[in-house]
Design a binder for this molecule. Structure first.
Ligand code: HEM
Ligand code: HEM
Length: 183
């Protein structure tokens, strides 16, 4: 039996949290900037394939993160009102769901289009689905709607962290901060 519960997330959880956060912010910007590139041009195809490829790499990191999280419990919650603890758990879970839905919907949409995926514009992955406009649109819309929901959740997450740092003056941020991690 452990006498003291660890007070930080594990080093791996922290590394994955920050790496994925950084990549996701870039990938959001990338996705929204794609709208600036005219449709049916070679340039658009090239950039879309880069977006798809980076997105798949992020998807693999997210899977790793989820497997790690399931095998390594987070540190016990800091003292706070029950509703805040429940809101934190619910929003973290919702962010994990969005982290799965973003790459998954993009991947599924790509496989119901004749374009498929050309990994980093080098390796062509032939689509395993039919070229079906309706199914493509369904997954593509899931991708677009999830992006907006996820962006709002990330905004709320940042506000919550700011509240802990600036108002509560507790050590919430240090639990997820690289220097503080001991294991
Ligand atoms: C794309 C951006 C981000 C995403 C998707 C994200 C996602 C998450 C998730 C899912 C958790 C829950 C961890 C778990 O219990 O397994 C978490 C925890 C945390 N995040 Fe983020 N995060 C992002 C950016 C940030 C940023 C910019 C900060 C700091 C300003 C931050 C600070 C924290 C802290 C301090 C915790 C730990 C909360 C605790 O101790 O319970 N996150 N994040
Ligand atoms: C991993 C995280 C990902 C994030 C955060 C992300 C984010 C975005 C965003 C914000 C857009 C713009 C949506 C809009 O115009 O409203 C977008 C578009 C797109 N994404 Fe992703 N994406 C990710 C992964 C992927 C993956 C893995 C694929 C495919 C394998 C993909 C394929 C696409 C395509 C094809 C579009 C353009 C849709 C269109 O303009 O019709 N994405 N993405």
């Amino acid at each position: 039996m452990k006498l003291f519960a660890p007070q930080q997330f594990t080093r791996t959880a922290i590394a994955l949290h920050w790496l994925i956060a950084l990549l996701l912010v870039g990938q959001f910007a990338f996705g929204w900037l794609l709208d600036e590139i005219p449709r049916n041009t070679p340039a658009r195809g090239w950039w879309i394939n880069q977006h798809k490829s980076v997105g798949l790499v992020i998807g693999v990191l997210i899977l790793l993160r989820i497997v790690w999280r399931l095998r390594h419990a987070p540190p016990p919650a800091l003292p706070m009102p029950g509703w805040q603890r429940r809101a934190a758990s619910a929003s973290h879970l919702a962010m994990y769901v969005c982290m799965v839905l973003m790459p998954l919907s993009g991947y599924l949409a790509s496989n119901f289009s004749k374009h498929g995926i050309k990994l980093f514009n080098v390796v062509k992955l032939a689509p395993w689905g039919s070229d079906d406009k309706a199914i493509y649109t369904l997954f593509n819309q899931t991708h677009q709607v999830t992006a907006v929901v996820f962006a709002v959740l990330i905004g709320v997450h940042l506000l919550a962290v700011a509240k802990h740092v600036l108002v509560d003056h507790d050590r919430l941020l240090s639990r997820m901060w690289p220097r503080a991690a001991m294991r």
